[in-house]
Design a binder for this molecule. Sequence first.
Ligand code: COA
Length: 151
Amino acid sequence: MTLRHATSDDIPAIMVIERQPGYEALVGQWSAGQHRQHIADPAFLYLVAEDEATRITAFAALHRSADGLLLNRFIVKTAGLGLGRSLLPQVLDISAPAGTGQRVWLRVAAHNARAIGLYRSFGFEEEDRLPAAGTLPNGQVSDLVVMACTR
Ligand SMILES: CC(C)(COP(=O)(O)OP(=O)(O)OC[C@H]1O[C@@H](n2cnc3c(N)ncnc32)[C@H](O)[C@@H]1OP(=O)(O)O)[C@@H](O)C(=O)NCCC(=O)NCCS
């Protein structure tokens, strides 16, 4: 599995990953236009993972601001196979190398136990809980958990 910077050619594959069945209850969905804008925005870092056949299997979108580095999207195409566990440290090493003291933070739906467990195991701690702060693509309103770590 290799990680590389995304280009606008990758947007269709990224959108398929974002829209995997079941994910509409877990994570937001951006339009093609939003992805295009983000990829062109120097404040965003867009990464895709490719398998040996150069098929895109995961993507991460990070956004840098005064609050630190926001891990805005982290999505694998097929959940539960260990890909998230192997990719998250690589994403963090590229975007915020250890020892740099950078704050990396994220918001995750409170019922997304798999993602929360994964983030916790890489040193992210729960900072806050925002009641009814997120509306998922399936219309469900969800509490959001704010998690952060210092690299
Ligand atoms: C969250 C996500 C990136 C994790 O990647 P993944 O490849 O599915 O996760 P892994 O297979 O590497 O498993 C990660 C850990 O979660 C654990 N896990 C699985 N289901 C779980 C659950 N319901 N509750 C708690 N932990 C769970 C696994 O046991 C594993 O831990 P281990 O390696 O110690 O056994 C992936 O599931 C995904 O893309 N989900 C949809 C989008 C999403 O929710 N993104 C995050 C939004 S903030």
